[in-house]
Design a protein around this ligand. Structure first.
Ligand SMILES: Nc1ncnc2c1ncn2[C@@H]1O[C@H](COP(=O)(O)OP(=O)(O)OP(=O)(O)O)[C@@H](O)[C@H]1O
Ligand SMILES: [Mg+2]
Length: 248
């Protein structure tokens, strides 16, 4: 039944305006409540795929979010449903200060001043950035920007979280705290990451992308234990290569 499907993608291809292929024939269904990792080498198409989920990019076919097609007339509703954290936090932060960045979504949704305050406070607390409200987002460290970028999405309480490299630039404590936080959020998650620790802690299912195509889709434990598959797609070094690299 459609209601169980958080995301449905059938035969999606995407070519960038300069002719570079981004995605080819992607078929992917993510069910409500799943945590799915998108892994793959640099340039595999992970970010390109995520950017289709809330209509920032549009490919050869319309995709569905909780049964609603990602087309112009539905974009406002789609963006309420899908909280997108971009790979580069600079793409997410554009207001005068941290408070306004995190309040931007709730203000746009028409919440009362008190409700906006409550949401901002809660979201900043969740990412460990309380007290930073008046700081300029652009003067934060990269890891701090990353946390605020995540808070801008949490303040909207979306049913689907699409996270692009959420732990990159975070220190070990920040990474652990974010992993724990994401684990407690009972929402559908799609996470593009090179961080296999995060993936193994959070995701029950892993999709491997390479050269714009899905090359594997399965239970996380199975994929992560398939060293040959990981090595074939540049996600792990085969043990013998590591040994010979250390010896030379
Ligand atoms: N704006 C763009 N214009 C042209 N080509 C692009 C653009 N953005 C990405 N690409 C190309 O599309 C392909 C997929 O890129 P994408 O950013 O989705 O990869 P990725 O899997 O997210 O990689 P990474 O692990 O480095 O983040 C690459 O070949 C990339 O060079
Ligand atoms: Mg990327």
């Amino acid at each position: 039944m459609t209601v169980n499907k958080a995301i449905e993608i059938k035969g999606l291809s995407y070519v960038y305006p300069d002719g570079q292929r981004g995605l080819k024939d992607i078929d992917l269904t993510v069910y409500c409540g799943e945590s799915v990792a998108l892994i793959g080498p640099n340039g595999a198409g992970k970010s390109t795929l995520l950017l289709h989920l809330n209509g920032i990019l549009r490919g050869s076919t319309a995709i569905s979010v909780q049964g609603l097609q990602v087309v112009d007339k539905n974009l406002r509703e789609i963006r309420k449903r899908v909280g997108m954290v971009f790979q580069d936090p600079e793409d997410q932060l554009f207001s005068l200060n941290v408070y306004e960045d995190v309040a931007f979504g709730p203000v746009n949704m028409g919440f009362t001043r008190e409700e906006v305050d409550r949401r901002v406070r809660q979201a900043l607390q969740k990412v460990g950035m309380q007290g930073y409200e008046k700081r300029s987002s652009h003067h934060l460290s990269i890891g701090e920007k990353k946390r605020v970028a995540i808070a801008t999405v949490l303040s909207l309480d979306p049913g689907i979280l699409a996270l692009d490299e959420p732990t990159s630039s975070l220190d070990p404590r920040g990474k652990w705290a974010l992993t724990e936080l994401l684990r407690t959020l009972r929402v559908t998650k799609i996470i593009a990451s090179h961080d296999l620790d995060l993936v193994s802690c959070l995701c029950d299912r892993i999709v491997i992308l390479d050269e714009g195509k899905i090359v594997a889709d399965g239970v996380a434990e199975r994929i992560l234990s398939d060293k040959r598959l990981l090595a074939e797609h540049g996600l792990a070094m085969p043990a013998d290569e590591i040994t010979s690299a250390l010896l030379t």
